[in-house]
Design a protein around this ligand. Structure first.
Ligand code: HEC
Length: 82
């Protein structure tokens, strides 16, 4: 998440230096139940964090083009830790 710049825009519990305020804090993101325009599911989370602009063309979050493996790992982290 550090390498992909997530922390530059998001506060992420447990990730050193992740204190960005451009996007919402990811604390409790799974309980909130929406990621951009999509309903909460691990699949929707993986799609959102890789290609947010394809989900919602108007979002301020850029496409990050994570590898499928990175998307899975980050989704697992967000489900387990935030
Ligand atoms: C350039 C800034 C920027 C970067 C880089 C960025 N995001 Fe975002 N992110 C945003 C913004 C802005 C939103 C709110 C967008 C919206 O709802 O339209 C958002 C929304 C989200 C959401 C949904 C939050 C919610 O409450 O619905 C998640 C999850 C998320 N980002 C994860 C990530 C992850 C993981 C990364 C790194 C792979 C990342 N973001 C990189 C700006 C960014």
């Amino acid at each position: 998440m550090i390498r992909n710049g997530c922390g530059g825009c998001h506060e992420i519990p447990g990730v050193p230096g992740a204190r960005g305020t451009v996007g919402p804090s990811l604390q409790g993101v799974v309980e909130r139940g929406y990621f951009g325009a999509s309903r909460a599911s691990p699949e929707a989370m993986m799609r959102w964090i890789s290609r947010a602009r394809d989900v919602d063309p108007k979002t301020a979050m850029p496409n990050t083009n994570l590898s499928p493996q990175e998307a899975r790992d980050i989704t697992a982290y967000l489900y387990a830790r935030t």
